[in-house]
Ligand binder design. Structure first.
Ligand code: 4AD
Ligand code: MG
Length: 477
């Protein structure tokens, strides 16, 4: 007999037929009712055991977490809460789960406890829902770009460049750590290293993607990126996935249009494809909100918030306009910000971004034309000589979700910028070649995939939206 998934059975009209399912026991009550889950849906199927058919020893082995196979008739359910159930004719234990030892009991566990059991937390409703949404979002991303004429480009993971210039890189080396060879002037001799030069895990696929956009027109990367920043926040990971489109002949306005359209499209997609999981995540969140003080509760429930974001225009304003709002706002005047806003050119911190999005505009915001000194070398200089064509998309509850820019396509301006920042032209000779041979206006951005998953699922901590989070002092599993 063909095995069915629980998702198929719960939506099926096969009432009266004999079916087979395999899954893991969530609960077993009254020695009669097994709630079985196989990962295909948030919903369990109820399997009813007529226990005269089963011997005592077998019944004892139906414990939370055990893997079982069931054959029986699919019947209309007598009880509340489900349309159909399985009348068990045959039950086989595939894998026992000792209830004394199994950590995931049918009760509320803290997210911290589950993080320590990241290999088993996927067996809870919350994490299964989050990871199904993550999977569906990933598919929606590929679908969006494919349907809009982009090519998927696989950026290298090991690279010699540090695109963001922040120096927060993980080195890649096969040199003997106990006996590192040095040059005459005392530096590490990377000529003896695996690649014959200094290399690191990529912080962004952008620079390589730019070379591809200069031939294929529109490309995007979607891969892991790595940052050795010592940030222990709810929004930072050392290993995260980034989506980076890069488009020839796009200026900053077109870039902002794309970012907004893209985010709205994938959210709309998920609202349809992940309805059951989002319903569950919304009720989970509503429950969690009840324990917060009234003034910290969010004004919208999860699905309403997702609809609001996908149906309304994002606000766009320049850094300078945002600076004026922030300089004159109450929290700044009352010295409530940890980082006061008192001088044009200061970098905006998450507290400022969140004030703009959550308190002032109450909707997503795109800031553009940032001061040159706080942004990366590759961003196009404006005629004022003080600002660059950068843009950040800021989201409620998240802060920065996208960072991007129109790129500096003028060779002489780019070289000057690199000289000021002490970036070696020899290291980036291939990048400069794109400006030598057929240079063109082009733009792109990077969206932190986990921050998007956080927004869509309503999870407060980024460590709970990636299967095995890597953070300072933590690389278990
Ligand atoms: O703003 P960032 O640093 O931009 C870039 O890397 C550009 N090269 C992208 C491009 O233009 N192609 O990072 C982009 C996004 C951020 O807005 C944020 O969402 C996410 O990546 N991000 C992180 N997510 C999780 N953990 C971290 N440590 C992150 N750092 C950045
Ligand atoms: Mg950024």
């Amino acid at each position: 007999m063909m095995k069915s998934t629980i998702a198929e059975l719960l939506n099926s009209d096969k009432i009266g037929t004999e079916v087979q399912v395999k899954g893991w026991v969530r609960t077993f009550r009254s020695n009669r009712f097994v709630a079985l889950n196989d990962g295909s849906t948030i919903n369990n199927i109820q399997c009813v055991i007529d226990f005269e058919n089963l011997d005592e020893a077998l019944l004892k082995r139906i414990t939370t977490g055990a893997a079982i196979a069931i054959i029986g008739a699919l019947v209309e359910s007598q009880g509340k809460g489900q349309k159909v159930e399985i009348k068990v004719a045959h039950l086989e234990i595939l894998g026992d789960s000792n209830p004394e030892e199994y950590p995931i009991q049918p009760k509320k566990h803290s997210l911290e406890f589950l993080r320590e059991n990241a290999h088993l937390r996927i067996r809870t409703n919350t994490f299964a829902a989050v990871m199904r949404v993550r999977s569906a979002l990933s598919f929606a991303v590929h679908k969006y770009f494919t349907e809009n004429g982009f090519y998927n480009f696989h950026a290298p993971i090991i690279t010699g460049s540090d695109a963001e210039g922040a120096g927060e890189i993980f080195q890649v080396s096969t040199l003997n750590q106990k006996n590192i060879p040095t040059t005459e002037d005392g530096n590490v001799d990377h000529s003896q290293d695996f690649f014959g030069k200094e290399t690191n895990l990529t912080v962004s696929g952008q620079l390589e993607a730019e070379t591809y956009a200069m031939a294929l027109g529109k490309v995007y990367t979607f891969g892991p990126t790595f940052r050795a920043e010592n940030s222990n926040t709810t929004r930072h990971l050392a290993e995260f996935w980034m989506i980076e489109p890069e488009m020839a002949f796009y200026d900053l306005d077109m870039n902002m249009d794309l970012a907004e359209d893209f985010i709205k499209a994938v959210i709309k997609d998920i609202l349809v494809s992940c309805k059951d999981d989002l319903d569950f995540l919304e009720s989970r969140l509503t429950q969690e909100e009840k324990s917060k003080p009234a003034n910290q509760r969010s004004e919208m429930a999860l699905i309403e918030k997702l609809k609001f974001v996908s149906d309304n225009n994002f606000i766009r304003l320049s850094y300078t306009e945002a600076y004026e709002i922030l300089r004159n706002c109450k929290p700044n005047k009352k010295k409530k910000f940890q980082f006061p806003i008192n001088e044009w050119g200061v970098d905006l911190q998450s507290e400022h971004e969140r004030f703009l999005v959550e308190k002032h505009f109450k909707c997503p915001v795109i800031l553009f034309d940032y001061p040159v000194n706080i942004k990366a070398f590759y961003m196009r200089l404006n005629d004022d000589g003080k600002t660059v064509r950068a843009m950040d998309v800021l989201f409620p509850g998240i802060g920065e979700i996208v960072g991007g820019a129109q790129r500096e396509e003028r060779l002489d301006v780019l070289k000057e910028k690199m000289a000021v920042l002490d970036i070696d032209e020899k290291e980036l000779w291939w990048y400069l070649d794109t400006r030598k041979f057929g240079t063109a206006v082009h733009s792109g951005f990077g969206l932190g995939f986990e921050r998007l998953v956080q927004f869509v699922t309503g999870m407060g901590n980024i460590r709970d939206v990636i299967p095995f989070p890597r953070t300072p002092q933590n690389a278990e599993f």
